[in-house]
Design a protein around this ligand. Structure first.
Ligand SMILES: N[C@@H](CCC(=O)N[C@@H](CS)C(=O)NCC(=O)O)C(=O)O
Length: 205
């Protein structure tokens, strides 16, 4: 099994998930600054042209970081820890709900702000600064919703650590790193972030 990746929030999401499960695999660096991810060779692995991509030993390629985590979860099915995708129908649905809220209402807004304001990938896409500013204004609004949820629960999707916590953690760290979104100080979110940052997996490379 090989993970094709570049230093990025989505690769980090997979690293944290793997570390939580104690899974390791070969890593293959993809130079996204040099647009290696848009080469014909890479597009044959992932027509979406994005990293990370997991290559299985039988030649199957899995793109999309959450799909990769789902596969990793399936091969670690005998692990003693509760699945980060839920342990029954209700918990799986709650986790999916929060995971998608983080993905759509925060991570994609931060990414939209970063890509459009900094024009980081202007060699491959049209960047509209004003659209980036709209994304930057919308992203913090989602955080208030997460803060209210974390006032009631230890973790974002309830009482167990899940993929939703990983997605929110990597998204906040990405937002802090790229500095295009103003992040409000929210007490429950701060309590939760201190708690998840203390997990060994959050320092995984
Ligand atoms: N939904 C995808 C998003 C992947 C993605 O956006 N990857 C970025 C790095 S975090 C990338 O490959 N960027 C290169 C580009 O846009 O050309 C996932 O979860 O894996």
């Amino acid at each position: 099994m090989k993970l094709h990746e570049a230093p990025s929030p989505n690769a980090r999401r997979v690293h944290i998930f793997m570390s939580e499960l104690g899974i390791e695999c070969e890593r293959v660096a993809v130079d996204i600054r040099a647009a290696e991810n848009l080469s014909a060779e890479f597009l044959a692995k992932n027509p979406g042209g994005r990293v990370p991509v997991l290559e299985l030993d039988d030649g199957t390629f899995i793109g999309e970081s959450v799909a990769i985590c789902r596969y990793l979860d399936s091969i670690a099915a005998n692990s003693a820890a509760p699945s980060m995708f839920g342990h029954d129908g209700v918990s799986a649905a709650q986790i999916e709900m929060w995971q998608r809220r983080v993905e759509f209402n925060f991570l994609l807004e931060v990414a939209g702000a970063f890509r459009n304001i900094t024009a980081f990938f202007k060699d491959r896409e049209t960047c509209v600064k004003e659209w980036g500013e709209v994304c930057a204004e919308r992203a913090p609004k989602a955080l208030a919703v997460f803060d209210a949820q974390l006032a009631q629960h230890e973790y974002l999707a309830g009482e167990h650590f899940s993929i939703a916590d990983i997605t929110l953690g990597i998204s906040i760290d990405f937002a802090k790193m790229v500095k295009v979104v103003e992040l409000p100080e929210l007490p429950n979110l701060t309590r939760w972030k201190t708690q998840i940052d203390a997990r060994a997996s959050f320092s995984a490379q």
